[in-house]
Design a protein around this ligand. Sequence first.
Ligand SMILES: Nc1ncnc2c1ncn2[C@@H]1O[C@H](COP(=O)(O)OP(=O)(O)OP(=O)(O)O)[C@@H](O)[C@H]1O
Length: 630
Amino acid sequence: MANIIPIGSIPTKEQMQRVIRASHKRSRQYGVNQETRNLEQKRLSPAELEKKQDENKELLGAIAATINEFYDLMSPEEFLVGFADSEGYILHLAGGDRARETSADRQFSLGYRWTEKDVGTTATSLCLRLKVSIQLKGRDHYCKQAQGLLSSAAPIFGHQGVLLGSLCIFGDKSLIHPHTLIMITSSARSIERHMRLMRWNTELISNAGFLDNVIEAAGTGLLIIDTDLIVQKINYQAKKILNVDDLKGKSISSLSGLQLDLDSIFENPSVWKNRECHIQHNKKDIHLVYSAQPVLSKNDKPLGAVLNITKFSNIRKLIDKISGIKPYFTFDSLIGSSPAFTKAVDLAKRASHSEATVLLLGETGTGKELFAQAIHNGAKGADKPFVPINCGAIPGELLESELFGYAEGAFTGAKRGGRSGKFILANDGTMLLDEIGDMPHDMQVKLLRVLQSKVVQPVGARKPLQTNARIIASTHVDLAEAMLHNRFRRDLYYRLNILQIKIPPLRERGEVDIKALAHYFLRKNNPEFQFTADAIAGLVAYHWPGNVRELENTIQRALHVCKDQTITVKDLGLSKQDLSKKAGFQGTLLDMEKKVIAETLRETKSNMAEAARRLGISRATLYRKVKQFS
Ligand SMILES: Nc1ncnc2c1ncn2[C@@H]1O[C@H](COP(=O)(O)OP(=O)(O)OP(=O)(O)O)[C@@H](O)[C@H]1O
């Protein structure tokens, strides 16, 4: 029957009569004594009461504030206002002393439970049961103690309509106004509104905090600007990149060099992705890559834009990481101890301590790029970019834009926003001009200008850019001869030839280096395998026109064809012609093997274990060979 009264409403007179009758009936069934009420009435211990009050702190605060407003309207002496939670426990009580005395008698005190089972029909117990506003007068109350009262109670609902409890007011029936029910119901609604606002406020604060945290955690520089280009938010990364304390409240146009067109950002956002720019700030040039993304309201009204900025050098590092150009060779990883090789390494070490231009000369595959990497890694800008470019492999017409970059619209097919050239990518680091001997003549002139002025002119750009990349040039070409035939400019040669390092070909580095490199490549490719003595002899005897690269390839190939994890001279597949070219060597391969074993034993003072290790063969094989040759 009670279900027909809508939750939260004030029942009509007829409805009230029905619900009161039903409640009296239930009170009798529960065994509530009309004279004494239920002597077993539940009550919270002081600790339990404190805990519940603490859990409902915000609600009780809102109730207390609302009750204070009552005091201005009514005589506080005469009535008592209380709040019972959804389980019926009284958690808050306020009112005059006289009313308090009366209530103490009636056990309307903090911690007591006021459900029908405890106290029979009361405004509080009925309100909690039916979730509607209730007003009872005199004999509407089930127990005699309450029959001199007028009591009113209204339910309070929380988030998603959950019942939080009941706000009730009572006093002597002759003193309390019958319209109190309306007042207490509207107070309950105002408490609900207050709670709702507090909830929204908390959500708002936590959302704002969350948004701030997201912006800070973005891992890149972020700026949020409004439609007037005023910076509304800027994260720590962005401040660091732009070298500013704060920009909030300032116009983004205060960053000279960053040109934003909001209309264009809204119309064509894809054009505003990954653009490059140079910002001049505090007399510094900050090279950036940025993207601008429009921010629109739900109904597509422009609100502003989010700018994502990254230091250009970080992009560079990422490219290195992805493209694998990370220079990993150091002086320690250069294998070889022959005098010719050691001399080149010593010179290179000296070069790494200076900023002078280096010219690396050597046949193909001798390790010129390795030397360049080792020089870079030994220099103070080792953490800066290492940018190699093969001047012989890029067509002449592309080489200029590769080296110097180009501006937007410089030519058909030019990327939007232009592109940085290698000289700018290598800023603060090292630029390796590989195969410089094969560089087209007109480019040699342009390169010479850059080396002299330290300034590059991107194709189609109005402004030149400074570059301070350290230059290492390398070539297998005989530059003296190239100059003689006017294939290489003499002035450029002198500019490059500040520190010249000649890397010796493998055949001039002697058997110590060949053996060391051979074992190094074997270990690197498959440490389980070994060479036979004749294989070592073959490697030492070979002419090596392709130098170290050829040696490495030969060993890799042999690993695929050999059997029983042992590489023989046959597996190496060395050409007979190049074998016989080896200077100073005459006789058969067997003779050569004999010679290598004898030399190794001499070097190791007949230490068989050491000699076997150096030769890359087992001790048993070495003993067998020594026996065979003696
Ligand atoms: N001293 C060394 N220690 C270890 N590996 C080496 C050494 N020298 C050369 N190599 C190996 O030889 C190969 C050729 O080296 P690199 O590319 O530096 O030669 P290059 O002289 O620049 O050749 P090119 O003139 O053809 O460009 C590389 O694969 C490298 O691993």
